[in-house]
Design a binder for this molecule. Sequence first.
Ligand code: B4P
Length: 191
Amino acid sequence: MINLILFGPPGSGKGTQAAKLLERYNLLHISTGDLFRSEIGNGTELGLKAKSYMDKGELVPDEVTIGMLENKVEQNPDVKGYIFDGFPRTVPQAEALDKMLGGKQQAVSSLVALTVDDEELIQRLLNRGKTSGRSDDTNIDTIKNRIQVYKNNTTAVADYYNSKDKAVFVDGIGSIDEIFSRLCVEIDKVA
Ligand code: B4P
């Protein structure tokens, strides 16, 4: 079983790279951002709640996010492993993930972090905002807030796994294929 956390700031290429990685390693891709957008699209109560945070570039509260993630894992027990994309984003989420995997005699194999500077992140997200229809990608203040929230709340997750010798950092600047190759070098060490 291989359990990967694909990590990095908003716009660092997590979703883009996850789509390629799941094919190569045959893992189930779980993106909390995608799950929230699906709930929003279906007009559920959870979706309405999530939208109010996402539109401001804030994190959705841990109890909502952790419950949703655990449901998704429980619904898919017979897989070779998971790519967690956009989760965990806080230390309590990381602790909940470790506890859940521990209960299945499993563990996080590696946290692979994409590093990209703020200027490039803002440019990528504004570009995506022109076509994605995502309200959190069109407003520059919201984008800047997402990056700030990442620095304030989420980088601690990389420190948490680094202290367990499970974090690796990969340059997220370059072509999509170049970055994919860099990620595979790291993932092959734990796969
Ligand atoms: P996410 O859906 O996770 O959004 P993201 O971080 O912006 O996506 P990602 O980083 O995957 O974007 P990608 O690089 O693929 O989260 C959205 C919101 O949901 C959060 O702000 C939060 O409110 C909420 N949320 C989600 N998870 C949560 C959690 N665990 N706890 C609490 N709240 C949570 O793509 C960016 C753009 O860059 C694309 O247009 C892509 O084409 C482009 N790109 C990718 N690679 C490139 C490259 N190498 N060069 C140039 N451009 C590239």
